[in-house]
Write a protein that binds this ligand. Structure first.
Ligand code: AHG
Ligand code: MN
Ligand code: MN
Length: 339
């Protein structure tokens, strides 16, 4: 009979530290603080329907979208917790136009964090899964003082860790620090994230595709061809695929990570004929792409590997095609042939 050793996230991270002799415990403390902020946001998300923190505020975020109160709470919780930890030199959030300095009067450190504090805002009021996404870099700027924009605009290939929290039927924290992907489920009665999904591997090919079909007429020809291909009756080739779309990147990706398949958010054609992507490179596509690759999957714009892109500005948007290795490869082949 297999004996399950109750492994908490904090203990797992502390034990991982032993493989990094140069580690000073700073990274470990940072991960502990991220998990603490996640527990606090989880508590608010799970009672959102009960207290008046729903609805919209008068504030707008960097992308010009109305900030929902839960977004604001999550933003403040992560920014305040991380800003005082003494391990960061700078951070960036979807909800702040500019880089966020370390809290006044608190020490700086060697790390950089980028985050989407609350992913899936359109689902806040309808009790559908939400998420938080984070990525961690080492600083590249000189010195020990405040970090710079260059520290935040590193390619995803330079991430040293990335993860997400999914506030769903259960709250899970899924993360990688470059040694595989591991999932921890929150036992609220203990207040602990417990290791529930060690070493997650994404199936090499899936049978689910995830896209907002409402945008079909605005997709490029190669994407439309690819989606039509997935829907053909070809049982010998595992088609048609099933469609699952939640509208929260973290939730659609979490299912893709565990079940395989492909998530697509291609650029959308605008009235002037140009194409505009929606998802943000720095704090959505890069951390999700790092996790996907660490689990054996792939993340692409359709033409390029997401992690190879050099960010030009903090809130830039990219097309995101992420999922099973063979499914993303099939999409890229369609783009090469018909793009
Ligand atoms: P956010 O709430 O952080 O702005 O992210 C929302 C994103 C992402 O979570 C999801 O995949 C996508 O928006 C859904 O977009 P559509 O509603 O256009 O399908
Ligand atoms: Mn988001
Ligand atoms: Mn968000």
């Amino acid at each position: 009979m297999q004996t399950y050793r109750l492994m908490t996230l904090n203990r797992y991270i502390a034990e991982e530290q032993q493989w990094h002799p140069e580690a000073t415990g700073t990274f470990t403390r940072m991960m502990w603080d991220i998990s603490l902020a996640a527990k606090l946001v989880s508590r608010e998300v799970n009672k959102a329907g009960l207290v008046d923190i729903l609805g919209e505020t008068e504030n707008e975020n960097a992308s010009g979208e109305r900030i929902q109160k839960l977004d604001l709470y999550a933003q403040h919780r992560f920014a305040r917790t991380l800003g005082r930890g003494g391990y960061l030199c700078v951070m960036a959030s979807e909800e702040e136009a500019d880089p966020i300095p370390v809290t006044d009067g608190y020490p700086t450190g060697p790390y950089v964090v980028v985050f989407d504090p609350l992913d899936g805002s359109s689902n806040i009021d309808v009790n559908v899964s939400l998420g938080t996404i984070f990525g961690i870099y080492r600083r590249v700027s000189e010195g020990e003082g405040p970090g710079t924009l260059a520290d935040l605009l590193q390619p995803g290939s330079k991430l040293i860790a990335a993860g997400y929290v999914i506030y769903g039927s259960s709250t899970m924290l899924v993360y990688t620090s470059g040694n595989g992907v591991h999932g921890f489920t929150l036992d609220a009665s203990l207040g602990e994230f417990l290791l529930s999904h060690p070493d997650i591997r994404m199936p090499e090919r899936g049978s689910i595709y995830s896209v907002n079909e409402g945008n079909l007429s605005r997709f490029d020809p190669a994407t439309r061809r690819y989606l039509a291909h997935l829907k053909e009756q070809a049982p010998a080739d595992g088609r048609p695929y099933s469609l699952r779309y939640i509208g929260t990147l973290v939730a659609d990706f979490h299912r893709t990570l565990l079940r395989g398949g492909i998530f697509l958010y291609p650029a959308l054609r605008r009235s002037d004929g140009s194409f505009k992507p929606k998802l943000r490179l720095v704090y959505e596509a890069n951390p999700i792409g790092f996790i996907a690759e660490q689990a054996g999957g792939r993340a692409s714009t359709g033409r390029e590997r997401i992690l190879d892109l050099q960010p030009g500005e903090l809130h830039e948007r990219v097309p995101l095609i992420v999922g099973s290795r063979d499914d993303v490869a099939a999409y890229e082949a369609m783009v090469r042939e018909h793009g």
